[in-house]
Design a protein around this ligand. Structure first.
Ligand code: GDP
Length: 366
């Protein structure tokens, strides 16, 4: 499954945030043994639609879909030259599908920042430069070889890859990430095969002071992070890692009280989960009508049989049809009976591209 890797300089609050994720995961009723790997934290994806579906089509229990974060320890300046845990760090980033970049945005004289000051922009650039250097290294290693093959054999694939490398190289040399480049579909496939770090989507997370939580937009450090994200074609969110760690231990009712007292509607962790989910191009479909009302994750663009395979490979192999109603329709009509009478229950075939919020009953041969 797809995972987002948490990166950041030392002492910015990564472990605190990861603890919050692990604790939240430990609270998941349906996944008592969720811990597989100490570096992987599993959380439920908050989704208020589940409760509404369960109200209309009651079941014994509600099951959320889940999402994985991977904790990637220890980057330092010079990682791309193999310093510190450098190589291992870069290898770990290579294996995640998106990057959650945590930035220190709180003042605290008791906690030393590695750079001596709190400077979110400089901190972000320190890490991004290491990733850019590492990519430039990979690109340069391929460049000469591919250039030679392309020149001597005129092989179509080699020529295409060479053209992509030529497009990427000057951008990296100018200190910019590969995700800033526009590629067509053909090129995108080639880029994917290069496993470049700066081609991955990124979400910037400003770890702000607790006092700023009620109005993050007014926080001067968060403004810096947000501005940086905008020019990097990325999103930025503000959280207080320390507060999240406290919230993660509360049950739902206490959590709601706590958030109300802080003057916010949603926990930072919930915001983080949702933003990471959409960063990865993930979406949710539901099943209902049996013992459980359940949310499942699929990747946007997947067709009905593939989506059926998320539940069970037999569903994909024997796929016949997908009886589908959108959440919006079920919500509006208020019962399956009314949905049917309004002609809003659709019988979709194998070419149907599943939409976020679809409630599906799969018909399949066994
Ligand atoms: P990491 O090295 O990035 O994993 O950072 P840690 O999570 O270990 O945090 C470094 C220190 O900063 C710890 O002492 C945390 O308690 C503290 N810390 C983390 N988040 C906050 C915060 O929001 N406010 C304050 N004041 N301290 C924090």
């Amino acid at each position: 499954s797809l995972t987002a890797g948490i990166v950041g300089l030392p002492n910015v609050g990564k472990s605190t945030l990861f603890n919050a994720i692990t604790k939240a995961g430990a609270e998941m009723a349906n996944y008592p043994f969720a811990t597989i790997d100490p570096n992987v934290g599993m959380v439920e994806v908050p989704d208020s639609r589940l409760a509404r579906i369960d109200e209309i089509i009651p079941a014994k229990k509600i099951v959320h879909t889940t999402f994985e974060f991977t904790d990637i320890a220890g980057i330092v300046k010079g990682a791309s030259k193999g310093e510190g845990l450098g190589n291992k760090f870069l290898e770990n980033i290579r294996q995640v599908d998106a990057i959650v970049h945590v930035v220190r945005a709180f003042d605290d004289d008791n906690i030393t920042s590695v750079t001596g000051t709190v400077d979110p922009q400089d901190d972000i650039e320190t890490i991004n430069l290491e990733l850019i250097f590492a990519d430039l290294d990979s690109v340069n290693k391929r460049y000469d070889r591919v250039a030679k093959v392309a020149r001597t054999t005129k092989d179509k694939e080699a020529v295409a890859e060479f053209n992509v490398l030529e497009k990427i190289k000057p951008v990296l040399e100018a200190g910019k990430p590969v995700r800033s480049i526009e590629f067509d579909e053909e090129e995108q496939k080639i880029v994917k095969g290069l496993f470049l770090l700066t081609a991955k989507p990124v979400l910037y997370v400003a770890n702000i002071a607790e006092e700023s939580m009620a109005d993050p937009d007014a926080d001067q450090y968060f403004q810096i992070v947000r501005d940086y994200a905008t020019q990097d074609n990325a999103e930025a969110i503000a959280i207080s890692a320390r507060t999240e760690e406290e919230i993660a231990e509360l049950d739902d009712a206490d959590k709601a009280d706590f958030l109300a007292a802080e003057g916010v509607s949603e926990s930072g962790l919930d915001k983080l989960i949702k933003a990471s989910y959409s960063l990865l191009g993930l979406a949710t479909f539901f099943t209902a009508g049996g013992p459980e009302t359940r949310a499942w994750t699929f990747k946007k663009g997947m067709k009905a049989p593939q989506v059926a395979g998320v539940i069970h490979s037999d569903f994909e192999r024997g796929f016949i049809r997908a009886e589908t109603v959108s959440f919006a329709d079920l919500d509006q009509y208020g019962s399956m009976q009314a949905v049917r009478e309004a002609g809003r229950l659709r019988s979709e075939g194998k070419e149907y591209e599943v939409q976020d919020g679809d409630i599906i009953e799969f018909r399949f041969n066994v």
